[in-house]
Design a protein around this ligand. Structure first.
Ligand SMILES: [Fe+2]
Length: 386
């Protein structure tokens, strides 16, 4: 067996109602003076107030930075880091979806004052130290609570990643109750994103694709595939919500160590230019990338398909992969997600620009099971155009 590495978050607290244990969880590790990084939508749910009450009960002083926006620009990151420094924060708590958690990671790094954002883009550039960090996801999607990655929007639309083990938090607190209020379209899009993490991690061509990541990817899909429809259409279903949150975390652990590939590479330009949410962008290109990959690299999908949908074992080879793509398509349809770029009001003349932009995601494309040229990317977008 080839050498591999596997890193993840040091400690987890999982279970309905565990937000009430935030104080005892963080007081020893994160510190007595913390900055809570979140977004305006989270503020309006009351979740942040609940967290602040729990922190106050544990005699932890907290300030709140609530200006995180989707696809956070650099100015938001630097604004939050300045707030942390002026407050004298000893630790950082991120509450929210992927954007809030990503900003929290960078605040923990930048508030130390030793590194600048412009210097840490790329793989392994951020060295630390960072402030102690706890992350509390409120969507079942990004897996940001277990990934060493933070994505920032630079300039108009381009996304850059800070990738370093130093960004892995000290604690992830996962309380499925925090996801009960997510609207169906958010549950659907973020859930498909988490499934894409598992699928791409399982089939990744990364030299660090490893047995633990593949095992986690399978378990993640076995939890999420049966749960996503219920989570979308019956948002207060405790089991479905717990399975989605646990599944998205396991998928996050998988792809944090066996990284994602062309689905994400082709999804990013859709978010960058059209502000389509990350999960929906993934859902729009997923079946088209899988069918493209399956032409020359279908082995991993053949194995995965039968592990996730046992009845597909009666089919072999390409036929099984075709059925796997159909099942995933059906899940997306049943969850009410749009199915084509045309439906998203993207015009056909944009497709070459999208293909050119996708080719810049070399960090992701190198992991794809089949090499992708710009002409391939354009063909995939044309297929996704509908
Ligand atoms: Fe993703």
């Amino acid at each position: 067996m080839d050498m591999f590495t596997f890193s993840t978050t040091k400690s987890f607290i999982f279970g309905a109602g565990t937000l009430n244990r935030l104080g005892e969880a963080v007081v020893a590790t994160i510190g007595k003076r913390v900055i809570v990084v979140t977004d305006p939508g989270m503020m309006s749910t009351g979740i942040v107030d609940r967290a602040l009450n729990v922190l106050a009960g544990a005699c932890i002083d907290a300030t709140v930075f609530s200006d995180v926006q989707a696809d956070p620009p650099e100015s938001v990151v630097s604004g939050a880091a300045e707030r942390a420094i002026s407050f004298g924060a000893e630790g950082v708590i991120g509450i929210g979806g992927g954007s809030s958690l990503d900003v929290a990671k960078l605040v923990a790094l930048l508030a130390v004052g030793q590194e600048k954002l412009a210097d840490v883009y790329g793989v392994g550039k951020a060295k630390g130290p960072r402030l102690p960090l706890a992350l509390i996801p409120t969507t079942s999607g990004t897996g940001s609570e277990v990934t060493p990655i933070a994505i920032v929007t630079t300039g108009e639309s381009e996304k850059m990643g800070v990738v370093s083990p130093v960004l892995l938090p000290d604690i992830a607190l996962l309380d499925p109750e925090l996801t009960y209020g997510l609207p169906p379209h958010v549950t659907a899009a973020t859930g498909i994103d988490a499934m894409v993490h598992a699928i791409e991690a399982y089939a990744s061509r990364s030299p660090n694709n490893n047995p633990p990541s593949r095992m986690l990817a399978v378990q993640a899909l076995q939890l999420m595939v049966p749960a996503i429809r219920t989570a979308v259409h019956d948002g207060r279903n405790e089991k479905a919500r717990a399975d989605m949150l646990l599944g998205s975390m396991l998928a996050g652990q998988a792809f944090a160590n066996s990284p994602v590939a062309a689905v994400h590479a082709l999804a990013y330009p859709l978010g960058g230019h059209f502000h389509i949410p990350h999960g929906l962008s993934n859902a729009l290109v997923l079946p088209h990338v899988l069918r493209f990959n399956a032409v020359t690299a279908h082995e991993a999908y053949v194995d995965l398909a039968a592990l996730v949908f046992p009845d597909l074992a009666e089919f072999a080879g390409q036929e099984r992969v075709g059925a796997f793509c159909d099942r995933l398509n059906q899940l997306s349809l049943d969850c009410g997600l749009p199915q084509s770029l045309r439906e998203m009001k993207i015009t056909e003349d944009w497709l070459p620009r999208l293909a050119a932009d996708a080719m810049r995601q070399t960090r992701l494309l190198v992991n794809n099971p089949r090499p992708v040229t710009e002409a391939d990317a354009l063909a995939i977008y044309r297929s996704a155009f509908g």
